[in-house]
Design a protein around this ligand. Structure first.
Ligand code: NDP
Ligand code: MG
Length: 385
């Protein structure tokens, strides 16, 4: 029987690569629904090719531009409707940002398994989401390559002593802080290894992405922060590793391609021959380099550990402030390093609520974003002096 799947964010970097995997494995999958933010042209192409039963366009003003699908949904309600449809065996959550959280919760409550790319879901509400998944018997399979690697390495979590998350180091690994301070948007978006959406690419340049991944790993694998390490590995061949209590280290390695973790997550627990550009060769790779991260040059790492250990809405504040500051950077309103300075300022002024409800999470998120927007507008004068 074919696995019935929906993709939230089918027009993005993860979404389009997932459709490439599904096209290759067309005898294994049936697409139920697809969704886009506002890219109607690409969504229409996907409708013509994959014939989903329904689609959602989040920008409801564009609903009449969708062609070829009998059921067109819109807005956040549309995403909720997709995630309430029990026809789905699995939903790939590949939207970017906070928009992923509510639909993921809805899908979990409906007993639908989740392939999770959207790390913000766990950063904002990891305790609630993981608890709900357990209560509803739902699998959350990580798509993020590091977490997907760890998922593949773990047999028995109770025997694991440490998670080791690898980081490519991004475009500024071998640059100075002054280079980073002078960086253009184009330079920040020029990631040496991965071709991803703009928000995560900027986060990879500041290493905030790794910070978010530490928090994501804590929730996915129920691992204390003291037992989550980061190591810089520029080649992105070792996707992450775990150390067992007896000292054995198991790593998952492979060529850097998001097709592999996406396929793993949506096919889990099965494996099939998929999109493989070439076979892995140790002798072609020849060498693998590792180094400790520079916490001074990339202060987001410490901030993420701090927010994670604090818990509650601390991670909501960190995530919301960073996301708004990244948008301001992409809009040319602030400099790259201002992302950290602004986020740190907003974060440290936030008084965290411990064990927040989902409403308190969204209220905090809204408040933090408003404050950050205010500061990023002011920062046009203040920070670019
Ligand atoms: P992209 O920006 O490439 O794609 C985002 C997707 O979400 C698009 O389909 C976009 O639609 C849709 N979208 C954006 N805003 C909204 C909105 N307000 N409402 C509904 N849909 C919206 O992002 P990525 O694919 O790179 O990343 C997606 C998620 O996966 C992120 O959380 C990221 O952190 C995570 N991730 C990504 C990796 C990667 O390699 N790209 C690796 C690991 C994790 P439209 O195209 O119409 O704008
Ligand atoms: Mg990652």
């Amino acid at each position: 029987m074919k696995k019935r799947i929906s993709i939230l964010g089918s027009t993005g970097s993860i979404g389009t690569q997932a459709l490439e995997v599904i096209e290759r494995l067309s005898d294994k999958f049936e697409i139920i629904s697809l969704s886009a933010g506002g890219n109607t042209d690409l969504l229409n192409e996907q409708i013509a090719k994959f014939h989903p039963k329904s689609v959602c366009i989040s920008d409801s003003a564009k609903i009449n531009d969708i062609t070829g699908c009998n059921k067109v949904l819109a807005g956040t309600e549309g995403l909720e409707e997709i995630c309430s449809n029990k026809e789905n065996d699995i939903i790939l959550v590949a939207v970017s940002g906070k928009i992923g959280l509510k639909p993921t919760i809805t899908a979990i409550k409906n007993g639908i398994n989740i392939a999770l790319a959207n790390k913000e879901t766990l950063v904002m509400a990891g305790d609630i989401v993981m608890k709900l998944a357990k209560e509803n018997g739902v699998d959350i399979i990580p798509v993020d390559s590091e977490h997907c690697a760890i998922h593949q390495c773990i047999k028995d979590i109770s025997q694991v002593d440490k998670l080791i998350i690898t980081a490519s180091g991004g475009p500024f690994l071998n640059k100075t802080v002054d280079d980073m301070k002078a960086a253009t948007v184009e330079q920040a978006l020029a990631h040496p290894r991965w071709n991803m959406g703009r928000k995560i690419t900027v986060d990879s340049a500041t290493l905030m992405n790794k910070g978010l991944e530490i928090i994501e790993a804590h929730h996915l694998f129920n691992m204390p922060y003291d037992k989550i390490d980061v190591v810089v590995h520029p080649q992105s061949i070792v996707h992450s590793a775990i150390e067992y209590v007896d000292g054995s280290v198991i790593a998952q390695i492979g060529l850097p391609s998001m097709h592999i973790p996406i396929q793993y997550a949506i096919c889990y627990p099965e494996r099939f021959e998929g999109i493989k550009s070439k076979s892995f060769s140790f002798s072609e790779i020849a060498r693998l380099d590792f180094q400790a991260p520079d916490f001074e040059k990339f202060p987001f790492l410490n901030l993420a550990y701090h927010a994670g250990r604090t818990g509650g809405t601390a991670t909501v504040a960190l995530n919301g402030a960073d996301e708004e500051a990244v948008f301001a950077f992409l809009d040319g309103k602030i400099k790259l390093y201002d992302i950290y300075e602004i986020t740190e300022k907003i974060y440290s002024s936030h008084k965290p609520i411990l064990n927040p409800s989902i409403d308190e999470i969204f209220e905090t998120d809204k408040e933090i974003r408003e404050k950050t927007r205010e500061l990023t507008n002011r920062s046009v004068q203040c920070l670019s002096i």
